[in-house]
Design a protein around this ligand. Sequence first.
Ligand SMILES: Nc1ncnc2c1ncn2[C@@H]1O[C@H](COP(=O)(O)OP(=O)(O)OP(=O)(O)O)[C@@H](O)[C@H]1O
Ligand SMILES: [Mg+2]
Length: 328
Amino acid sequence: MSNGRLLRQLIKHGAQYGDKEFMKAAEEIIREERQKKHHLLANDLERLLYGKLQYSPKQQSHEIPTDRERGLPLLEVREPSRDLQDVILSDENLSVIDEVLLEQSRIEVLSSYGLRPISRLLFCGPPGCGKTLTAEVLASELSLELVIVRFDAVVSSFLGETAANLRKVFDFLERGTFVALFDEFDAIGKEREDSAEHGELKRVVNSVLQMIDGYRGKSLILASTNHEKLLDRALWRRFDEVLVFERPNLEQIRKLLETKLRGVRYELPLDDRSFINQFKGFSHADIERIIIKSVKTMVLKGREFLTIEIVEEARRREEMRLNLISKL
Ligand SMILES: Nc1ncnc2c1ncn2[C@@H]1O[C@H](COP(=O)(O)OP(=O)(O)OP(=O)(O)O)[C@@H](O)[C@H]1O
Ligand SMILES: [Mg+2]
């Protein structure tokens, strides 16, 4: 849309001179765009106006900490590739993410008032609804690397070693600036529910949360869980924000299909409610799988367009697959 392109050009040029009146007018435009829910445009304009975020897209040199007992890496550093255009979020989650990006881009202004930006988030919700993807998107929007903490490696068979492993992870985070995801950090505690180690593992989950609470470095710390009901309510206050990721509603399904069908030639009634309705109850990841399957069929059958029949057949197969999995 040319309006967006022109605004970007205008603000990029004007921002070079940092004129006070210009800055005020530009801030007003950004506020208006945000009110119109043009979040992507508003974020872009903000970044053009205030310059690149504090963090440069640098690759920090790191020595990945390992578990002493087994030599396994305790974390993985990833270069993010997907950004805000690749994730479908609820309005509530999008506005929190916008707030996080804004605060992270204005750390200096905030700290001059003795304020800290939002820096600890808890992601809850069923599998395949975008928790890990949103962590990647945040990293990409902040031009930071994504660190995924590997809990299978952190939790050692010698539980005493676990605390040492956690310390190593936090020491690593102190040395740089990252988006760090403690992915499914409570899964271990749950899986071993029956074993005698359970009490000990619960303490591990607690000490992770305490370390997150005490962390004062610059990294953005995220924790994700599928089992939010198991978490002690008192622990939630350790996080600045809690985001709930749910299966997509009809409007989100439509947007997701549009996003996943980018670059594909299709003849699908994306505005038809009953067509969209057939995806109700699926997670974002399930819907993505249906689209990938459909596109493969289209290509292998030499069809020029993706049709309703191809997509519906892929959806039926995905439904059968999910039914089989749920019976396991
Ligand atoms: N909200 C979303 N918008 C766009 N794509 C999505 C979304 N959620 C999931 N996907 C697609 O499905 C894939 C898997 O999702 P993701 O790993 O983010 O799920 P998750 O919520 O972390 O699940 P789990 O609880 O199993 O870790 C993503 O890499 C992405 O391609
Ligand atoms: Mg995940």
